[in-house]
Design a protein around this ligand. Structure first.
Ligand code: ZN
Length: 158
């Protein structure tokens, strides 16, 4: 199973992000770098914001997903996300078996289009459900490298 996100946009750099579970790519410009710096330095999630459409969206990219105009700003988003969909992965996209099943969730955030794909932990499979509220658990500051892997995982809000 592959979670690779594709984009038709050209002339933008593509970041390959290695997640523990899977690997997928982001198309980003300067905004993407800022997105990762906010994660690294502040432990905060941001979304791209188009002031013409008044929409915020993820993954961050330099052009609005609705109108196509250049997007220059990031805005902080509420990090309490909602599980939109999930899958239980036993093998990676490279065919390697995980020792233990991993829950990979597609997580949406309030007032934000799109979402993030990440591992979900500290939830029993029988308790897993669409709509459950989750929040990110960040790595220690000194371990962060400016990547989605700076989020160790998401877990249910208690
Ligand atoms: Zn727009």
């Amino acid at each position: 199973m592959s979670f690779e996100k594709e984009t038709k946009e050209v002339n933008l750099r593509t970041y390959k992000i290695n997640m523990e579970a899977e690997e997928y790519s982001y198309t980003t410009g300067n905004l993407g770098e800022q997105f990762f710096l906010k994660i690294k330095n502040e432990g905060k999630l941001t979304a791209a914001y188009c002031d013409k459409c008044n929409v915020r969206f993820l993954p961050v990219r330099g052009y609005c997903i609705l109108c196509g105009n250049e997007v220059k700003n990031l805005v902080y988003i509420d990090m309490e996300g909602v599980v939109e969909s999930f899958t239980i992965a036993k093998i990676s996209s490279k065919g390697e078996e995980f020792g233990k099943e991993k829950i990979i969730a597609y997580i949406k955030f309030p007032n934000t289009l799109g979402g993030l794909l990440h591992e979900l932990k500290n939830v029993k499979i029988e308790e897993l459900k669409i709509g459950m509220k989750v929040h990110p658990v960040f790595k220690e500051m000194k371990e962060r490298i400016g990547s989605l892997t700076d989020i160790s995982y998401f877990e249910p809000k208690t």
